[in-house]
Write a protein that binds this ligand. Structure first.
Ligand code: C2E
Ligand code: CA
Ligand code: CA
Ligand code: CA
Length: 281
């Protein structure tokens, strides 16, 4: 085994090889997971900071393996993006979110003001037919487009501008709201931000200071909130974990919050229970 190890060193980059093998295995597993439909969606509430009420949910994909092991998207979405498997997974996510909303609606748990945010990767835009896929899912489940929102990341603004803007405009015309996700972590230029028909801006969690005392850090949050408002966007803060943060964000005029303080991403049944509580309130 030792000798093989040595040859191994000569033939391959010793640091890359194990990673490649690992990635390859993961890719095989991921393909099988798609065939077996081993994915599910969790739902994290988005809360109005002024009223303290739930206004919607973000859907977050999980991979539930045979042994009921739950794998978080951070472990497989990056590879899914590189391999293009995200297109198939993403299609499932879109349809499953629609199916779920319809189920809640049929069961009398849904409110007309609620919505579910769905993450859509850049790769899904470069593949023809994203808009049709969304339209088909909405129609299949007889759903109002206003219940469905699309989250895109800043990276999308950097590629294939014409095609992306065209698709986003089609979605907007349809009545699907658009959010720019993880705002501040990418390299979007402000002039481009204006080109996009976006109505909600989500401030990335990394910008939300841990303590309210650090005024300088909050200045940055404040300017992002103001930027969003000046572009007539609603502003959501991600990763709200403490009451301190909630209060500070409210003070700065941030509209919505999402984070462990309010709720972790919830399994379908737990989200249903929450909707039920909302309904009987
Ligand atoms: P994201 O879109 O920024 O989603 C928010 C992530 O922050 C979620 O991680 C959520 O669980 C986590 N989070 C929420 N509140 C808090 C908090 O208070 N504190 C901390 N520390 N974390 C919080 P998750 O579910 O592991 O998802 C990770 C990323 O995977 C997402 O980041 C998104 O980029 C991607 N992702 C998830 N679902 C999908 C999907 O259906 N399609 C695509 N393309 N990407 C997805
Ligand atoms: Ca997101
Ligand atoms: Ca985000
Ligand atoms: Ca984030």
């Amino acid at each position: 085994a030792k000798r093989r190890g040595k040859n191994h060193h000569q033939l391959f980059d010793s640091t890359m090889r194990p990673v490649d093998e690992c990635q390859f295995q993961l890719e095989m597993d991921l393909r099988r997971a798609i065939d077996r439909q081993e994915f599910c969606l969790y739902y994290q509430p988005i809360v109005c900071l002024h009223r303290g009420t739930i206004t919607g949910f973000e859907s977050l994909v999980r991979w539930k393996t045979e042994g009921d092991r739950v794998i978080s998207p951070g472990k497989f979405i990056p590879l899914a993006e590189v391999t293009g498997l995200i297109v198939t997974i993403g299609e499932w996510v879109i349809d499953e979110a629609c199916r779920q909303i319809k189920e809640w609606q049929t069961d009398g748990l849904w409110l007309d003001s609620l919505y579910v945010n769905v993450n859509v990767a850049g790769r899904q835009f470069s593949q023809a037919g994203l808009v049709d896929i969304i339209i088909q899912s909405l129609q299949r489940h007889h759903l109002a487009p206003s219940y469905f929102q699309v989250e895109i990341t800043e990276g999308l603004m950097m590629e294939n501008l014409d095609s992306v803007v065209r698709q986003l405009c089609q979605l907007q015309e349809l009545g699907v709201n658009l959010c720019i996700d993880d705002f501040g972590t990418g390299h979007s230029s402000l002039s481009r931000l204006q080109l996009f028909p976006i109505d909600t801006l989500k401030i990335d969690r990394s910008f939300i200071p841990l303590h309210s005392q650090v005024e300088k850090d909050w200045e940055l949050v404040k300017s992002i909130v103001n930027l969003g408002h000046s572009l007539s966007m609603r502003v959501v803060a991600e990763g709200v974990e403490t009451v301190e943060q909630q209060q500070k964000l409210q003070e700065l005029g941030c509209d919505y919050g999402q984070g462990y303080l309010f709720a972790k991403p919830l399994e379908q049944e737990a989200a249903r229970e929450l909707l039920y509580q909302l309904k009987i309130k």
